[in-house]
Design a protein around this ligand. Structure first.
Ligand SMILES: [Fe+2]
Length: 221
């Protein structure tokens, strides 16, 4: 029997992919001649860029230094990719700012550019997520015990500000299957103060498809 392993990236990266793909879809269907629709789409892009920034910052602070302490050099490529990611995010933000101050045909033309540029960025970003899930995850498994990996993930989660937790859990509920979300909710139920755990479980019940919620319930009791 294969020993259960903790996947450091999987659930979070599923949530990030969901945000990337839904943002791509939203930009694709946006009528940039329409003020209201354009404003909503640009808010989605702002929210996406913020999530990517906070995710990158948490990996830089909570995973890479520990990994470097036991496997020097192993994060070098991903560190470089985080820098590239920052530059590409900044370009998207600049484009969003230009769209906000444009009108008419110029805004429509910039909307087309946003669609192209965002999708080019997503293409690059997907490769990065895959490298973390394979190369860095393998290095984590090779150099840390299961308990250490669980502690690393717990410490990373502890750095998430309380006002972001509900949002991120909601995105995870829309992105993950029962094998990913049940251990997360089980951990919250076992370790968080009762009223916080109750709120998290309620949020999960409201945001998970009923068939997944039923499986989660039977697993975490
Ligand atoms: Fe990363």
């Amino acid at each position: 029997m294969t020993q259960a392993r903790h996947y450091t990236y999987r659930a979070t990266h599923k949530a990030i992919r969901h945000l990337l793909f839904s943002a791509s879809h939203q930009v694709g269907v946006t009528d940039f001649a329409d003020d209201g629709v354009t404003a909503e789409t640009l808010e989605t892009i702002d929210a996406l860029i913020f999530v990517l920034w906070e995710h990158r910052s948490r990996e830089d602070a909570s995973i890479h230094p520990l990994l470097e302490s036991r496997a020097p050099g192993v994060t070098a490529r991903c560190e470089e990719e985080h820098e590239e990611d920052e530059a590409l995010s900044a370009e998207i933000e600049q484009l969003v700012a230009q769209i906000r101050s444009a009108i008419g045909d110029q805004r429509v033309a910039l909307g087309i550019r946003l669609h192209e540029q965002l999708n080019a960025y997503i293409g690059i970003y997907l490769g990065h997520l895959y490298r973390e899930e394979t190369e860095l995850q393998q290095a984590l498994w090779d150099n840390f015990t299961e308990e250490e990996l669980l502690a690393m993930s717990r410490e990373l989660v502890a750095t998430i500000p309380p006002d972001r937790r509900g949002y991120l859990l909601k995105v995870m509920c829309s992105s993950c299957g029962p094998d990913d979300i049940a251990p997360i909710l089980g951990g919250i139920k076992a370790n968080a103060p009762p009223e916080i755990a109750q709120r998290a479980l309620q949020l999960a019940e409201e945001n998970l498809p009923p068939s997944i919620w039923a499986k989660v319930q039977s697993r975490i009791g």
